[in-house]
Design a protein around this ligand. Structure first.
Ligand SMILES: C[S@@+](CC[C@H](N)C(=O)[O-])C[C@H]1O[C@@H](n2cnc3c(N)ncnc32)[C@H](O)[C@@H]1O
Length: 273
């Protein structure tokens, strides 16, 4: 069994983010800003320090800087994500904006980074680390007293076990087979839209409304996102309580069967110690 906490055992997230980053434009940046403001308001961001754990493309670190945080530390375990984030930030930030990008795993953050942050943000990351509960614990170590921890985690569904096996297969198979798997997934999704009378093309065209993301890249990320764990909102809330964090906001999905996958529930917790 491979050690799932190392980047070698992971899906190639960084490669996907590198390709996606070519699509970043003003509209996507604005959608990323809206996505962040859905969770933390302008007052909570202005003048604050911000740690992005699993920064991916760097788009949300960029959004935080544009919304007035004083300093961002963007981190990711994947070298390509780190390079992409550096490129994205270099291209879009203003000279006065202060940021740093580091290639570091969440599990090493408490030892490698001595500073604590007003806002620790980890969207769609900690369930892909190979040890979600330890990753959450490690992320909490970086939050200042009274600071915020913003998390997005995959919702547990009856299909999660099946998806974990599909993702493991997808991660280690050939590009050609990955491509075929994506085609099958999209084909089945189109049928589902048709059966429920929804417009698939409109959904795809407006997909950037979802935090500035791209449909094709998200399909690849979903199919491959491995390691994979999931959690219910109740489990998240009670675990965070044991760590001394109080829930101040959540955006959660209606429970589903998970046939086409799961979605991320979003949470904002405040450190009470
Ligand atoms: C699905 S992406 C989310 C990216 C970004 N947060 C976003 O919302 O677009 C997950 C990211 O987590 C990173 N990641 C996975 N394991 C990690 C770890 N142990 N430490 C830090 N980052 C990790 C991956 O490399 C990838 O860039």
């Amino acid at each position: 069994m491979k050690n799932l906490k190392t980047v070698e055992s992971h899906f190639a997230f960084g490669e996907n983010w590198s390709e996606y980053s070519a699509l970043i434009d003003d509209v996507k940046i604005q959608e990323a800003e809206k996505g962040l403001l859905r969770l933390v308001d302008q007052k909570q961001l202005t003048g604050k320090t911000f740690l992005d754990i699993g920064c991916g493309s760097g788009l949300h670190s960029l959004a935080a800087l544009r919304l007035g945080v004083t300093k961002v530390l963007a981190t990711d375990i994947d070298h390509e994500s780190v390079t992409t984030t550096k490129n994205v930030l270099q291209k879009y930030v203003l000279p006065a904006m202060q940021y740093e990008v580091q290639e570091v795993s969440v599990f090493d953050l408490p030892n490698k980074v001595s500073e604590k942050f007003d806002i620790v943000y980890s969207w769609g990351v900690l369930h892909h680390t190979g040890d979600m509960y330890q990753a959450i614990k490690d992320a909490t170590q970086l939050v200042k007293s009274d600071g915020l921890l913003v998390l997005a985690l995959y919702r547990k569904t009856p299909m999660c076990g099946t998806w974990r096996r599909i993702k493991r297969w997808y991660t280690y198979t050939t590009d050609k087979r990955q491509q075929t798997a994506r085609q099958v997934y999209i084909f089945l999704k189109k049928i589902r839209f048709k059966l429920s009378g929804r417009d698939f093309n409109a959904y795809k065209e407006n997909y950037y409304n979802s935090r500035g993301m791209s449909f094709e890249h998200d399909v690849h990320d979903w199919m491959g996102g491995y390691p994979y764990e999931s959690i219910t909102p109740e489990e998240t809330e009670s675990f965070m309580q044991t760590l001394g964090f109080e829930l101040i906001k959540k955006n959660v999905h209606a429970s589903g069967f998970g046939l086409f996958g799961s979605g991320c529930d979003e949470f904002v917790f405040k450190k009470m110690l």
